[in-house]
Design a protein around this ligand. Structure first.
Ligand code: KG4
Ligand code: ZN
Length: 326
């Protein structure tokens, strides 16, 4: 079954052709980072306009790279939410119109389910059930994944998302946007043990997160000491953020007597997080799964893959369906 995936929830216009949930025929991602960079963050109206410009060429490129005509598709899967409404509308309306005009089945997909499905685009994918940490720019949550369409929420952030904390700390240090990758790069030259930033564990028996205290601690440190040791500041911040995420994930697995853990979402690209998770997983006898870097951040292959399972479950979207922001 050849599925066209479309993703426009934030600042990436993406399209992909995936066969049967796991075989990526093409995956095209047009990033708007350069457009939003001067503003220090994503400007929603600008994002919608850029999606509108990019959607037709990006879908055409995905079909061309897969060597398939639109009439050769079996279905279309598109991100329905959560995300920026104007941005979502561009991809969702495009997919809806394309499906109706080609008389194809189509399905709206939850972006977060797509991130989890990214695990199955790699050669080694987990079997169910497993405990998964989703760490992105808008979400930091832990789920028990019981099947491709059944995720039980175990915890979530009560304030900032992990990626949002990386972005805000980068902004206050004048490192630019988006913050995750630049913090990771800057942190390589810093000492992660130099500043004892707080680790907020909240209730140890639950799996919720809070990153606003850590962000505030970094701001206070900068107000008092300045930014001359920026490498040490970001290395220490990254260490604290990663430690909390990995510890919570491992605790969740232990509480569920699970033997497999996974990390997905844009923040899963972080090499310190990957390394720390690997050593903690070994310590606790857990198998760890993380998507390839290309499928950690927003992409449409993960949406097509999630679409396969929803379509197999008999689900279909209808022309009355609309996007949702939260
Ligand atoms: O999943 P994603 O691409 O989009 C959302 O669904 O939000 O995640 C984007 C987030 C941004 O906050 C970005 O700073 C963060 O992922 N990120 C990283 C890294 N690369 C991207 N955070 C830490 N380390 C990275 N290497
Ligand atoms: Zn995302």
């Amino acid at each position: 079954m050849k599925i066209l995936g479309i993703e426009t929830s934030c600042d990436e216009t993406a399209a992909a052709v995936v066969e049967n949930a796991t075989v990526v025929r093409s995956s095209v991602v047009a990033s708007q980072i350069a457009d939003h960079h001067p503003y220090g963050g994503v400007v929603p109206e600008l994002a919608s306009r850029k999606h509108l410009e990019a959607i037709t060429p990006v879908v055409a490129a995905a079909l061309q790279q897969a060597g398939i005509a639109a009439t050769g598709l079996d279905a279309i899967a598109v991100t329905r939410g959560p995300g920026l409404v104007g941005a979502l509308l561009v991809g969702f309306s495009f997919a809806k119109a394309m499906a109706v005009s080609l008389n194809l089945p189509w399905i709206g997909i939850n972006h977060l389910e797509g991130h989890i499905q990214a695990l199955f685009l790699s050669e080694t994918a987990p079997s169910f059930p497993f405990i998964v940490l989703l760490a992105s720019g808008g979400h930091t949550s832990i789920y028990k994944a019981c099947s491709p369409i059944e995720m039980i929420p175990m915890g979530r952030t009560l304030d900032d998302a992990a990626g949002e904390a990386f972005d805000k700390v980068a902004k206050l240090l004048g490192l630019g946007y988006p913050g995750g990758a630049v913090i990771e790069k800057t942190a390589r030259n810093g000492n992660p043990k130099s500043i004892p930033f707080p680790r907020t564990y909240l209730d140890k028996t639950r799996f919720d997160f809070s990153f606003s205290g850590l962000k505030t601690a970094v701001r206070r440190y900068v107000q008092t000491h300045g930014t001359s040791s920026v490498e040490d500041i970001v290395a220490s911040f990254q260490e604290a953020a990663c430690e909390v995420m990995v510890q919570k994930l491992v605790q969740a697995a232990v509480s569920e007597k699970a033997s497999r853990i996974a990390i997905v979402g844009g923040v899963a690209a972080n090499s310190r997080l990957r390394q720390m998770a690997k050593s903690e997983a070994e310590k606790h006898g857990l198998d760890l799964f993380i998507p390839e870097i290309a499928y950690c951040g927003d992409n449409a292959a993960m949406i097509a893959s999630a679409g396969f399972h929803r379509l197999m479950n008999g689900e279909r979207s209808s022309v009355e369906d609309d996007v949702f922001s939260r």
